[in-house]
Design a protein around this ligand. Structure first.
Ligand SMILES: [Zn+2]
Length: 156
């Protein structure tokens, strides 16, 4: 897991191309997990079985689609300012922590762990930062990081 990655302008474009066919949802989830998205052991087990069992009639495809959607929502979260503080400090809800060796006792916002980022999906890490006005999405069967206006130009 590496959640210190920051995507920049050079990363805009396709990250998983449509030649993956039906594997792309699984691969999107694994991409998100690689950047710090937390999934439970049960979900991980089902993903691990995808290769050998996805053709089974009772494979949980619908749940995999839901997990993929949640992974994309996570990848796009935390790209704005935390509504609860000023750049990670002095949380309005009073819920704070301090560094143990911080003599000044600066009150850091718990909701965003002092990062100043929001909105945060509860019980999750923050995803990598992405450039302004971009988002992770499907585009013509590919998956990648695209400018917001790309989606408006492309009919769904
Ligand atoms: Zn905050």
């Amino acid at each position: 897991m590496d959640n210190n990655v920051i995507f920049n302008e050079a990363d805009i474009g396709c990250h998983l191309d449509n030649h993956r066919g039906h594997y792309i949802q699984r691969d999107v989830i694994e991409l998100a997990v690689g950047y710090g998205y937390i999934i439970g052991g049960f979900d991980q087990f089902v993903i691990n079985l995808y290769e050998s069992h996805s053709h089974y009639e009772d494979y949980p495809h619908e749940e995999l689609t839901e997990l993929c959607d949640a992974a994309i929502e996570w990848l796009n979260s935390g790209q704005h300012e935390c509504p609860n503080c000023n750049e990670g400090i002095d949380p309005r809800d009073g819920d704070y922590w301090t560094h143990k060796d911080d003599a000044e006792g600066i009150k850091r916002c718990k909701r965003c762990t002092g990062t100043g980022r929001g909105p945060r999906i509860p019980h999750q890490n923050f995803p990598p930062l992405i450039p302004h006005e971009t988002q992770w999405s499907f585009n013509d069967g590919d998956f990648g990081l695209y400018r917001d206006e790309d989606e408006e130009l492309m009919p769904a």
